[in-house]
Design a binder for this molecule. Structure first.
Ligand SMILES: [Zn+2]
Length: 156
């Protein structure tokens, strides 16, 4: 989850840097921390919530503790970050309510991160947690060569 959230946050860090470079009057020292919270803290908190809910509901293979799926998680996190920025930007453009904009940032991030996590292949009982190959009482996966993990006993 950390790799997913790190790449998700990278998109919002870049947006924060762009906001600072293009609108220095908005990013005055007095409002800098509120912008950091709005453009980094809320999206990451929303993504953490959305990702955690989907992980509980669907158990994505890439988020299983025995699986090293760094490229998938980084790409999914970047896609979720871009999607959340697009969702949030769209809502923020049509509403002028400050609370509504904050909810849009958090909600858009939760939806985008949850959607990206939902698209990851899920852990299935009786299948290899690394590649998804159907295992029938095999100690080693014939597809990827890794030892099988008892999905029922391992935690996600
Ligand atoms: Zn396998």
């Amino acid at each position: 989850m950390l790799r997913f959230l790190s790449s998700f946050a990278l998109v919002w860090i870049i947006l924060l840097m762009v906001a600072q470079a293009t609108s220095p009057y908005v990013m005055a020292a007095s409002s800098r921390w509120s912008m950091v919270v709005t453009l980094l803290g809320l999206p990451v908190l929303g993504a953490l919530t959305g990702g955690a809910v989907v992980t509980r509901l669907r158990c994505p293979r890439a988020l299983h503790p025995c699986v090293d799926a760094t490229p998938h998680l980084v790409l999914s996190g970047l896609a979720a970050g871009l999607a959340s920025a697009a969702l949030t930007g769209g809502v923020v453009l049509v509403t002028s309510d400050g609370v509504g904009q904050l909810l849009a940032v958090a909600g858009g991030s939760a939806v985008a991160a949850g959607g990206a996590a939902w698209l990851l292949p899920r852990v299935r009982p009786g299948a290899c947690v690394h590649c998804g190959y159907e295992l029938v009482d095999l100690a080693r996966c014939p597809e990827c060569g890794r030892l099988s993990v008892d999905v029922e006993r391992s935690s996600i």
